[in-house]
Design a protein around this ligand. Structure first.
Ligand code: NAD
Length: 454
């Protein structure tokens, strides 16, 4: 079957209304969880082959998140799908108003490589919960992970409901020529623009989960040790190949030295180093070389070891960095942490605002005024106060970017909403009919109308 035929088959299946039945969606979500659990070992092996990612990190940052998202949908799906009644204005009485969530239809979900399972499967879960049929195109870069997802999902789901299509630029370009009812994309800003343009040709709505440079701003009153510990975990998880990793640190100069030394201590404590078999590789040679190019020898505070053969870069902290340095010109997406300092919070905010709106922003402070100032003055997707990355785990916080970092949100209920159209209905009765709106339009009718409408 070519791509158009697969989409036609999904459209036809959607039009049977099978996916509108909540019990069908529940059954399919349970099936998804079962088949993933049954084949967990294959998933661990594939991702290890792609970038030496440990079983522990694969569970906590991939499979565990997927299971949690399925469970959350199973518990809430009936509530989320319910028709919602709202009040009705005087002009339409007797009558009632309500909103019905309806699935968009056949959707295309495209994933990024850095968390190959969850970035592909979590949006697919939301689409299934909302009642859509799904075509999933994982990233081709982690080829073992992409192959295992394709095999397991395609063996266990009927293609007219849920189908994985593997491929890179050429295959995606072909897919994008087809009209979908919704496109959900996770990836770079550059490719996000290609997706948006292709979707516009068909007036297809999009969710774009993109990237950017997410800052961590630290004032001098913090608990330095705990701040360093949290930042080291957030930055070097998946060796920095995380869209919401703190990209760079802006620290108040009074505590810069103390913070740097606490960061060094926590990197050493975590045993993140080249020889560690659980220290994730850089995904490919191209990214390895791109990252190497950011490291300026005279600015290395700690780390800086690169091993081309194993594609590993040790956690690298750079100090004395400025906004004009190479490492500050694009999203890093790897284990390099530039540390910049500031004296004045207004100029720090102004510097951050010279870059495009980040996906996340982290504020470490005990100063309520500064916290509120940053929250009020910097536009960003989402973030945390006195922590980093952990907001991603909060099921009631919609996750997404703003401006260059993305369009729309997902996770939990927000994911269901991303794949639903909210159909607004006014329902009238035949009991009575006021003559006010009908011609002939007289002065006394206008007087009454003004009283009614206000
Ligand atoms: P990418 O944009 O290169 O690739 C993402 C997807 O687009 C892949 O499926 C790929 O096959 C496809 N693609 C690549 N080039 C294409 C083209 N020319 N035309 C059509 N499709 C194309 O992104 P990536 O390298 O996989 O991921 C890294 C980026 O993703 C980073 O910027 C990161 O911040 C961002 N990201 C964002 C989130 C989020 O949730 N917001 C999560 C992870 C990664």
């Amino acid at each position: 079957m070519n791509y158009q035929e697969i989409v036609n088959a999904q459209n036809a299946f959607f039009n049977t209304n099978t996916t509108k039945d909540i019990s069908f969606r529940i059954k399919e979500l349970k099936r998804l969880k079962n088949v993933l659990q049954q084949h967990e070992d294959l998933f661990y092996k594939a991702i290890y082959n792609d970038f030496k990612k440990s079983k522990y990190e694969t569970y906590t940052t991939e499979l565990g998140i997927i299971y949690h998202e399925i469970d959350l949908a199973l518990v809430n799906i009936k509530k989320w799908s319910k028709k919602k009644s709202v009040s009705t204005g005087l002009a339409n009485l007797p009558g009632r108003s309500y909103i019905i969530p309806e699935p968009f239809g056949t959707v295309l979900v495209m994933g990024a490589w850095n968390y190959p399972y969850q970035l592909s499967i979590v949006p697919a879960i939301a689409a299934i919960a909302a009642g859509c049929t799904v075509i999933l195109k994982p990233s081709e870069i982690p080829s073992h992970s992409s192959a295992v997802m394709t095999k397991i999902i395609n063996q266990n789901f009927s293609p007219e409901f849920f189908k994985v299509i593997e491929g890179g630029v050429a295959e995606t370009t072909e897919l994008l020529k087809i009209k979908f009812d919704k496109i959900f994309f996770t990836g770079s800003i550059q490719v996000g623009k290609i997706i948006y343009q292709a979707a516009a040709k068909h007036l297809t709505p999009v969710t774009l989960e993109l990237g950017g440079k997410s800052p961590a701003i630290i004032t001098k009153d913090v608990n330095i040790d705990m701040t360093a510990k949290r930042l080291v975990w957030a930055k070097f998880l998946n060796t920095g190949q995380t869209c919401i990793a703190p990209d760079y640190i802006l620290v108040e100069s009074a505590i810069q030295d103390e913070l740097l030394s606490a960061i060094k201590k926590h990197i050493e404590n975590a045993d993140y180093k080249i020889e560690n078999q659980n220290y994730t590789q850089i995904v490919n040679q191209k990214n390895f070389e791109r990252l190497q190019g950011f490291i300026e020898k005279d600015k290395i505070y700690f780390g800086g070891q690169c091993d081309a053969e194993s594609r590993v870069i040790s956690p690298t902290v750079m100090s004395g960095v400025t906004f004009s340095d190479k490492v500050m010109q694009e999203e890093i997406f790897g284990p390099i942490l530039p540390v910049l300092s500031f004296e004045n919070i207004d100029s720090a905010i102004a510097d951050i605002k010279t870059l495009s709106k980040p996906l996340s922003c982290y504020i470490f402070t005990k100063n309520k005024g500064i916290k509120n100032k940053i929250l009020n003055e910097i536009s960003f997707g989402g973030g945390a106060v006195n922590d980093a990355v952990m907001h991603f785990m909060e099921q009631n916080l919609p996750f997404g970017g703003v401006g260059d970092s993305g369009i729309g949100n997902y996770h939990g209920k927000a994911g269901f909403e991303a794949f639903s159209h909210y159909k607004s209905i006014l329902q009238k009765s035949f009991l009575i009919e006021l003559n006010l709106k009908y011609a002939p339009y007289t002065g006394s009718k206008l007087k009454w109308l003004k009283r009614l409408i206000g």
